[in-house]
Design a binder for this molecule. Sequence first.
Ligand code: ZN
Length: 175
Amino acid sequence: MAQLEILEYPDPRLRRPAAPVIEFDSGLARLASDLLDTLYANAGIGLSAPQAGNLRQVLVMDLSGSASEPQVFVNPEIIARAAPGLVEESCLSVPGVTGNVLRATRVRVRAADTAGLPFERDLEGMAAVCLQHEMDHLAGKLFIDRLSLFRRLRLRAAENRTRRRQTGTAAEASG
Ligand code: ZN
């Protein structure tokens, strides 16, 4: 069992696209297992390899709430999407921020397991949303990119305030 460090926004490594997995070796199986350990330790529902600084197209999910239904997707690709809806999201890499994102609530995904065996799976509701969120990470995208312009401007303002406070170049801002 190994827990990985989760990178946090605005770490630039979260903005790099991940590369497809070519070698389905024991290192890949260990990565998936470590990602699941890290997911459970942080009480999340989904985690991608880039969030742990590993730029491979691997993501894990478990929506059971009891660590009993681990799902691993290698090189995932969405081949059908339906039923768009606004869903509230948060992210282990963007602590303290939640926001509504427009996502398909039904998807069909094609991926491989850690042995390289291809499969297709239909996902609904939070599982579908979680998969799309984690696949964004594989492309170097964050859910905050998908928030309304108004929300993003407010987040940026809060970020700038934090930065000024850290560098001590400005008086305390309001709010
Ligand atoms: Zn995330």
